[in-house]
Design a binder for this molecule. Sequence first.
Ligand code: GTP
Ligand code: MG
Length: 201
Amino acid sequence: MKIKSAEFIVSNSDVAKCPKSRLPEYAFIGRSNVGKSSLINMLTSRKSLAKTSGRPGKTQLINHFLINKNWHLVDLPGYGYARVSKSAKKVFQKFITQYFALREQLVTAFVLVDIRHNAQPIDLEFMQWLGEHGIPFSIIFTKADKLKPKAIENHIADYKTTLLETWEEMPNYFITSSSNGIGKDDVLQYIDGLNGNMELE
Ligand code: GTP
Ligand code: MG
């Protein structure tokens, strides 16, 4: 899919105020600093469409971006950032969970995890929560440029082993890097496929 246009629409802390349109949307979620905003910039080939920072807690609101005038990308605040969410175990910021619980336009969520780390309880718990709420998701491994191919392979295998303790099968996943563009076409093609499927319904 070619990205012809990408524009910032609105920031919100209240799900009720998010765009009313029924356009299909895709949300990026994950721990602070995992690279959600960077990935949105990488996918759209825009340098600073979404604001990024080396300091965790940069994105504080629900940000809607309109792509090719017919679907939305949504940049969300990170969960598990100590200053925002005290207990990194069970408490996700209320409006994030409300976003997922209420946003009917959401086609799928992308749960981002840093490829360098082992499976973290907060990510597993969030995936569990999505599963319990019937919200489809894919995993996006980020920062693949930081590891050699063999290490990537090993890490994915370990991650799979952990996930298969609670999931019947490994969720759909992508390996990406916002620094070198790995995974860009795969993610865009996946979204394109889902957008196409919906038009047929
Ligand atoms: P919050 O908004 O704070 O929740 O963070 P975020 O998940 O949006 O992360 P953000 O995109 O702001 O990136 C955090 C830091 O990681 C920045 O310093 C980015 O430059 C860096 N980063 C993001 N993606 C990559 C990547 O693929 N490779 C490398 N090497 N660094 C990355
Ligand atoms: Mg961000």
